[in-house]
Design a protein around this ligand. Structure first.
Ligand code: CP
Ligand code: NVA
Length: 322
């Protein structure tokens, strides 16, 4: 099945969910088409002859596997690169690395500790750079999450409310902006000390306003859970925050997604978690293992959502290269 014709020009880079915000509904529909094709066993290889570098500064189970598989199933060639084994880890600059990789590859996926390093790589690369998580955002995760919600809500976001419970981290920022862009009502229960920059909340509110949806930040998990259709949580201690582990565990002790919290939500409400989960901390075992969750669908949808993204970013002719 050919890619949908007349797709708009892809963004130069995907460092933020905002870089794809106007195309999210189309990407979600395409992800579900590609999912159905995979489940039918249809061979579809639009990226033959294309190569993708994947630099991972931090560990990964889902993002690495799903990008690698997405690229190879679409006919392309992914290459995993760890800074531990690259000259980058011995002092070669990001700029020089970007220039060299741009001579080999058609795109670069980058999981970085610092958002500034994503920007540096993108500045010097002449091929598109896709953020595979940094300290500010996790846009590819949120494309998969919204794909999952599109499935569950049959494409209707408006009138549904998502409650995020926990740390105002990279996942929260992309989820907040992505939810606002599609018109989901969004509420986050975050301790005051861990909230995102107010300018990000303002940005989300300006995206939500024309859709008639709401963005709220509250303190108590119960306040967010009441009247919500989805409860979403993420780890209390993100990669890079390990030095604050004890303090964070104390500060987030009341921010657990468990059955009691789900009972406060609307009938039919379910839990989401981007994974890896710390069972017994931010989410309980019974929720992880029960029926009221979309967690494993979320993990699967990483593959399909990233296929839709790669097809667009690497497979659409560009007017001119940088
Ligand atoms: N959710 C997610 O990004 O998982 P990994 O760290 O395993 O890639
Ligand atoms: N917030 C988490 C997400 C892991 C996928 C982290 O950055 O470690």
């Amino acid at each position: 099945m050919p890619a949908a014709s007349k797709v708009p020009a892809p963004p130069t880079d995907v460092l933020s969910i905002l870089d794809v915000k106007d195309q999210i509904p189309r990407l979600l529909r395409r992800a579900l088409e590609l999912k159905a094709m995979r489940h039918r066993g249809t061979r579809y290889r639009p990226l033959e002859g294309k190569a993708l570098a994947m630099i991972f500064e931090k560990p990964s189970t889902r993002t690495r596997s799903s990008f690698e598989l997405a690229m190879s199933e679409l006919g392309g060639h992914p290459v995993y690169l760890s800074p531990r084994d690259m000259q980058l880890g011995r002092g070669e600059t990001i700029a020089d690395t970007a220039r060299v990789l741009s001579r080999y590859y058609h795109g670069i996926v980058y999981r970085a500790f610092r958002h500034a390093d994503e920007e540096e790589l993108a500045k010097w690369a002449s091929v598109p750079v896709i953020n595979a998580l940094d300290d500010r955002e996790h846009p590819c995760q949120i494309l998969a999450d919204l794909t999952t919600l599109h499935e569950r809500f049959h494409g209707r976001f408006q009138g549904h409310r998502l409650a995020y419970i926990g740390d105002g981290n990279n996942v929260l920022v992309s989820l907040l902006l992505g939810s606002a862009a599609v018109g989901l009502d969004f509420v986050a229960a975050i301790p005051p000390k861990y909230r995102p920059d107010p300018s990000i909340v303002e940005q989300a509110r300006s995206l939500a306003r024309p859709k008639g949806s709401r963005v709220e930040i509250v303190t108590l998990p119960a306040e967010a859970a009441r009247g919500s259709d989805v409860l979403y949580t993420d780890v209390w201690v993100s990669m890079g925050d390990e030095a604050q582990e004890a303090e964070r565990k104390a500060d987030f002790a009341q921010y657990r997604l468990d059955d009691a919290l789900l009972d406060l939500a609307r009938p039919g409400a379910f839990a989401m978690h981007d994974l890896p989960a710390h069972r017994g901390l931010e989410i309980s075992d019974p929720v992880m293992d029960g029926e009221r969750q979309a967690i494993w669908d979320q993990a699967e949808n990483r593959l399909h959502a990233q296929k839709a993204l790669l097809e667009w970013v690497l497979g659409t002719p560009r007017r001119r290269s940088r």
